[in-house]
Structure formats: structure tokens, C-alpha cells
Design a protein around this ligand. Structure first.
Ligand code: MF3
Ligand code: CO
Length: 251
């Protein structure tokens, strides 16, 4: 039976899956250059994952047409790679990838600036979004509640004038890309479902330089900021442990 608390074997497979995922994202970060198309990056990801022995978890998930989501600037998440979408100097590029290995899935994302940043604010946006993820992860331990994690993330980001996207949230992950419970990037302490050691969750703050309103693009997938502001997204899959957590999607 599939349960939210993973067996030690399932955890081992997720560690392996996460290691492959981190390898692919590191490679993409290294290879990303101005003038490439987002489809070029998708092909690199697909080839590298194949040679590592993993399967692309997003391809075909709820009909999603590619192995990776690549979201640029005002695109928050779920951008579809496209050979005619060319990366420009200063673009903020979100790379969100999922790997399945022996049935077990991990999910992780990074945002990177292509070439020279346009504004110092773009560098801080990326740093603060990454920091929000780290702070969310630091709040995790056995018997933490989802509201405790969301509160930690929200309190940090609220010190600056950012939009925290509320329509999309982190989630359980493992047997499926999305499992219960939702892990919002906002919340109040001592609220929401309790999380037990052995559960695996994806934490993924999505942060904008404008408001938190988002809209779905005509392609039915891409999530855009409503006000056109630029955004960043970082995500890790973590295993909850007695004292804290283990990040599965880093090397
Ligand atoms: N990381 C994405 C999320 O949690 C997963 C993308 S699913 C896909 O929303 F269908 F868009 F591939
Ligand atoms: Co996710």
C-alpha cells in the first residue's frame, strides 16, 4: 500500500532520484546561455536524465507536454519549453524538474539570471526566494504543522515588499508528483495538518516583485503574474526526520 510515510527502501529510491535531479539542474545552470531557446535546455535535461537512468516525472503528468517546466520573467511556473522562446540577457529563468526512479518521484526548482542582471533587485529577489526556501526547510521537524512552515516563509518575505503567490503551494511528493497535504507559503503557527517523520514534501516559494495575483496563460499551463512583474521560484524535496529534515534534491 502507498502511504505518506515512506519505507526505508522508498526513501533510498528518492535519495537516488533527488541526486539525479540535482545533477540535471546543476548542468542546466552551467549550460544556460543567452541566445539558447528554452527547448534547448529541455533537450539537455532529457538527455542527461536518460544517461543517469531516471525517468522524467512531469512528462504526461495531467497531460503536461514536456519533461521540464521553464518559466521566464513574468512567468511564475509551469512554462512549456519552446524552440522559439529565446533567452535574453538579464532574463530570470525558472527551471522546475521532476525525476522518477524505481517509482519514486522528487521535485525541485531553481531560478537563475541569464548573463548580466538588469537590476540589483533581481539578484535580491533570487537570494530572498532561496532564503525563504531555506527558512521553510529549517522550520521542519517531526510533528511540525504546515502552518508553521508557511508562517516561517511568509514572515521572512514580508519584511521586504514582495508578492507571495498564494494560488500555488508546496505539496507532499513521492509516489506521485502531488500528494497531500498542501504546504502553503503562508500561514499561522499551530495550524494545518501535522507532518510525521518519514513523510516527503516539496517546499516551493514563488515570489514576485509586484502583487501576488497570477493568471493562467492561453496555453493552459503557464502561470503569469497578473501585473507583469518578474518572479522567482526555488523548490526542494525534503524528508522529514525526528529532529529536522534531509534535503533529497541536492548533491
Ligand atoms: N513542480 C511543479 C509543481 O509542483 C510540478 C509541475 S507538474 C507539471 O507544481 F505538470 F507541470 F509538469
Ligand atoms: Co512542486
Amino acid at each position: 500500500m502507498q502511504t505518506a510515510v515512506k519505507t526505508s527502501q522508498e526513501m533510498k529510491y528518492m535519495r537516488e532520484s533527488g541526486r539525479m535531479l540535482a545533477t540535471v539542474l546543476n548542468l542546466l545552470k552551467q549550460e544556460l546561455k543567452v541566445g539558447m531557446s528554452t527547448k534547448d535546455l529541455s533537450l539537455i535535461a532529457a538527455n542527461e536524465l536518460k544517461s543517469l537512468g531516471g525517468e522524467a516525472a512531469f512528462l504526461g503528468y495531467q497531460g503536461y507536454p514536456d519533461v521540464i517546466c521553464i518559466s521566464v520573467n513574468n512567468e511564475v511556473v509551469h512554462g512549456i519549453p519552446n524552440p522559439s522562446k529565446i533567452i535574453q540577457e538579464g532574463d530570470i529563468v525558472g527551471l522546475d524538474f521532476g525525476v522518477r526512479y524505481r517509482g519514486m518521484i522528487t521535485d525541485s526548482a531553481i531560478s537563475v539570471i541569464a548573463g548580466k542582471p538588469k537590476q540589483r533587485g533581481h539578484i535580491s529577489l533570487l537570494e530572498d526566494t532561496k532564503k525563504a526556501l531555506d527558512i521553510g526547510i529549517a522550520a521542519i521537524h517531526d510533528q511540525v504543522r504546515t502552518g508553521d512552515i508557511g508562517f516561517a516563509i511568509e514572515s521572512f518575505l514580508n519584511k521586504k515588499r514582495y508578492g507571495i503567490v498564494r494560488d500555488l503551494v508546496g505539496h507532499g511528493v513521492g509516489h506521485h508528483v502531488h500528494e497531500d497535504p498542501n504546504i502553503p507559503n503562508y500561514g499561522r503557527p499551530n495550524t494545518g495538518p501535522w507532518l510525521d517523520k518519514g513523510m516527503t514534501i516539496a517546499i516551493e516559494p514563488m515570489v514576485t516583485l509586484g502583487t501576488d495575483n497570477v493568471t493562467v496563460a492561453p496555453d493552459g499551463w503557464t502561470i503569469l503574474t497578473t501585473d507583469g512583474s518578474w518572479s522567482a521560484h526555488f523548490e526542494h524535496t525534503v524528508l522529514i526526520t525526528e529532529e529536522g529534515s534531509e534535503i533529497l534534491t541536492q548533491i
